[in-house]
Write a protein that binds this ligand. Structure first.
Ligand SMILES: [Zn+2]
Length: 384
């Protein structure tokens, strides 16, 4: 990823010197803290923390307060807290026919959201729609610091900004979407693969306990994963990291785009489940109803999907040995319907270790999390 910045933009965060930016990021990721602790964690002298604090206060990013340190009595320590509403970011998720747009604050909390049908799949129409929606939200909410755009496909770095490749749902290839949106909207823009977006957000804002290494699966119309290794979101040399799913696992399912009938994709995606359950394309909800009602063919499709998902998770665990695995997306019902088959697939394809010892999380999911991930992607570009 790289950010595309339109000419002559001053957004506050971009103008912050490196140490100020590090202190701000520390507060975003770890919450309000005593000044002593911030200085310790970042290796700053008292004098330089005082200077940095003044800068951040003047710029409106932090507020001062006091904090009673645990195990101490007497005077509370001086502390710094994030002003969450000091900056706002837009995040866009594009599907084949819809644009989902959210605005988040510095804590990645969604403060506004909208969904609009795409007028067409022409690049210029979609760019104009994004710019229009950003202008409308800026009228309501004030200036936005940047916009992230998430789509299925590969995001390749290039000198003049990232390029979207092989975005099959949109039928796009070689589109410099970040630069086009930055030019049209007048705010910095970045572009990110949608599952990488979900992963970056889960890494920074995934819950109480932060993990240094994790693998996040996005399961829905397709399957992909994102990988964080030692605190770094691993995008791959060509933006293709996490393309799991064509391992052959036996059986006979839906023909994938590579012509396989027996790969993970053949079973695990929503279209594969629909076909396996004998319902029409797009009738996933019907397949789900039938499986929940105990109808054998439909249930069988979810059982095959569960085994395939187990195999997919085993692939990533074999490759990366993460602290935890998160499974997200709109097509993860196989985990409820066929937990045994998931564990069987995991155990069958795991090279080593005990399938029961792998920390697997299924965070609450809402489709807006992809757009939120895109907003976090622009935060990561500007702050990390
Ligand atoms: Zn395949």
């Amino acid at each position: 990823m790289a950010i595309s910045i339109p000419f002559a933009v001053d957004t506050g965060i971009q103008g912050l010197p490196d140490t100020e930016r590090r202190v701000l990021l520390e507060l975003i990721l770890h919450g309000g803290q005593s000044r002593v602790r911030i200085a310790e964690r970042l290796g700053l002298s008292r004098t330089s923390l005082t200077r940095v604090t003044r800068q951040l206060l003047d710029a409106g990013f932090v507020i001062e307060g006091e904090m009673q340190l645990s195990g101490t009595r007497g005077r509370p320590a001086e502390a710094l807290y994030l002003r969450q509403d000091a900056a706002r970011f837009a995040g866009v998720k594009l599907t084949a026919d819809q644009l989902y747009l959210v605005v988040t604050d510095l804590s990645a909390t969604i403060v506004a959201e909208t969904a609009v049908a795409l007028p067409s799949r022409k690049v210029e129409d979609v760019v104009a729609l994004i710019a229009h929606e950003i202008a409308r939200l800026e009228d309501q909410l004030g200036a936005l610091t940047g916009v992230g755009i998430a789509a299925a496909g590969d995001v390749r770095s290039a000198d003049r900004g990232p390029i979207l490749q092989h975005s099959n749902f949109l039928g796009w290839d070689e589109v410099p979407l970040a630069r086009l949106v930055a030019d049209a909207s007048g705010i910095p823009a970045t572009l990110v693969n949608d599952v990488h977006a979900l992963t970056g957000a889960q890494h920074w804002f995934g819950g109480e306990e932060r993990h240094r290494s994790l693998v996040v699966y996005g399961v829905g119309a397709g399957i992909g994963c994102g990988v964080v290794i030692a605190e770094e979101l691993h995008l791959g040399a060509h933006g293709r990291a996490g393309r799991i799913g064509h391992s052959r696992i036996g059986g006979r399912g839906r023909r994938c785009e590579n012509g396989h009938r027996d790969c993970i994709h053949s079973f695990v995606t929503m279209p594969a489940i629909e076909q396996g359950a004998g319902v029409e394309a797009g009738e996933y909800a019907l397949a789900l109803d039938r499986a929940r009602g105990g109808e054998a063919v439909a249930l069988g499709a979810f059982e095959s999907a569960a085994r395939a998902l187990g195999a997919a998770v085993a692939d990533a665990v074999n490759a990366y040995d993460p602290d935890m695995v998160a499974i997200m997306g709109e097509g993860v019902d196989m985990l409820d319907l066929a937990p045994e088959q998931f564990r069987t697939g995991l155990a069958e394809f795991l090279e080593q270790g005990d399938a029961g010892s792998i920390l697997i999380d299924r965070p609450p999911f809402h489709f807006d999390l992809y757009a939120r991930g895109a907003a976090v992607a622009v935060m990561r570009e500007l702050l990390a």
